[in-house]
Ligand binder design. Structure first.
Ligand code: ZN
Length: 445
């Protein structure tokens, strides 16, 4: 029997190594100040290119893309606030979350009351720094711990944001594993957040690790990996790839994949086959998981699943964005994500790839009555008694539903039998000439 596992780790130790590898890549990328555009995105892509040969794509500032326009490029060199005694009390060099992303440059002196209108903090989490952006409205501000705000004395505060907003390019990375078919699986993630771990450096590092594992493999589907800035990157990519979207058969958005919560699958908008495959993979892993229906907010699935495109794309995550208190704060750091969780999520992504690759639709070549399995030695092809019982039932299901209209993943979902077992049963039936991808040509009599 052929080994149909392409990319999934073969044991717990390999899964643990994979998780450690993803966490190590996150640790390296974590300090970089990323935004929709700018040097941090390019530096991140350069590091990812050490792992997979990403193509860098770009579109210039001012380009109309669908209903949007590509923004100016933002870079920040330095930013700080000095208190009335001249002491730096907020410093971008210490935490890049301190600057509201896309802040316009400023150098001025403010009273305490004026300063407070520019400060953002979290009274309920007084030690955490929030993450805020002002992409499409020119403004500036600082994000700080609420404890600091409460400690400030009246006086003159000097503030500086040494930033630039100028014409340039929106860039992203794209990597393709060419398959024997042009039909595509789209795996997308976003790299526009600064030092935040689960949202979404975890998705970036996980897809980089998966792409690295798939590099050079022979696959049926073509796999396209996107490392894009959220929203505007997805919109720009969709605007530039309209002609090729019909090739997309399946897809997943990777976000928030490293926290210790259970795996969560968010279904596609229109109930695409990826939903069945993702759900049976989670079922077969025999660990707690959740499935939630599509909703039109969240990450880039809201662009891919806008009604004009309605791509067959779901999202596999752990705790969904905004459902963990650390979301969009400095508490979403490298201690919030664990190598164990990253390894488990990556293994689930790899399992999905393996099921997509191994899923086929067959026809029963002996459909009138039950073929005699004992005569063909088909009752002995697996080990232990329980395995043998499941293998026997899987053969009955595969023979019964292989009418050219039910794929093995559909048979696995309907029977409740693990995909791996159904696949093995189908292989045994093929070897016994009981299943085939199509009926043999019969010459007219
Ligand atoms: Zn986010």
């Amino acid at each position: 029997m052929t080994n149909r596992v392409l990319v999934a780790p073969s044991n717990d130790a390999e899964q643990a190594r994979l998780g450690a590898q993803i966490h190590a890549l996150m640790t390296r990328l974590f300090p970089i100040c990323r935004s929709l555009t700018g040097a941090g995105v390019r530096e991140t892509l350069d590091i990812l290119r050490e792992h997979v040969p990403l193509e860098i794509r770009s579109v210039p500032t001012g380009t109309p893309v669908l209903d949007w326009t590509v923004p100016k490029v933002w870079n920040v060199r330095d930013a700080w606030i000095k208190d009335p005694s001249g002491q730096k009390i907020v410093d971008f060099a210490v935490a890049n979350l301190h600057v509201v992303s896309y802040s316009t440059p400023v150098r001025t002196v403010l009273s305490l009351d004026e300063l407070k209108t520019r400060l953002h903090s979290l009274p309920n989490h007084p030690d955490w720094i929030p993450y805020l952006t002002s992409y499409y409205r020119e403004s500036w501000g600082f994000c700080v711990a609420h404890r600091l705000v409460e400690s400030l004395m009246p006086g003159d505060y000097e503030v500086c944001i040494d930033a630039t907003l100028e014409d340039g390019d929106l860039v992203w990375g794209e990597y393709v594993v060419p398959g024997t078919s042009e039909e595509e699986v789209l795996l997308s993630t976003y790299l526009c957040h600064p030092s935040l771990a689960n949202d979404n450096l975890s998705g970036v590092a996980l897809l980089a690790a998966l792409a690295e594992r798939m590099h050079g493999r022979v696959t049926k589907f073509t796999y396209r990996f996107l490392f894009i800035p959220e929203t505007i990157g997805a919109i720009a990519w969709l605007a530039m790839n309209g002609a090729n979207l019909s090739r997309i058969r399946h897809g997943l958005v990777a976000t928030c994949v490293g926290d210790p919560g259970p795996l969560t699958y968010k279904r596609s908008r229109s109930g695409a086959p990826i939903d069945r495959v993702a759900e049976l993979v989670l079922r077969d892993r025999q660990r707690p998981f959740k499935c939630v229906d599509f909703f039109p907010w969240g990450s880039d699935e809201r662009q891919f699943s806008s009604p004009g495109f309605d791509l067959p794309i779901g999202s596999l995550m752990r705790t969904p964005y905004a459902e963990f208190p650390e979301y969009h704060t400095s508490a979403d750091d490298l201690t919030f994500v664990t190598p164990a969780a990253l390894g488990e999520t990556c293994a689930a992504y790899a399992d999905i790839v393996d099921v997509l690759e191994a899923d086929e639709t067959y026809v029963n070549l002996s459909p009138f009555g039950e073929p005699q399995l004992g005569r063909r030695g088909l009752y002995q092809h697996l080990g232990g008694a329980r395995d043998q019982e499941a293998a026997k039932l899987a053969m009955f299901w595969a023979l019964n539903l292989s009418d050219g209209r039910h794929s093995l993943s559909q048979i696995s979902a309907r029977s409740g039998i693990a995909f791996r077992t159904v696949r093995a049963a189908a292989d045994a039936l093929i070897a016994a000439d009981l299943l085939a991808t199509s009926l043999p040509n019969r010459s007219p009599s």
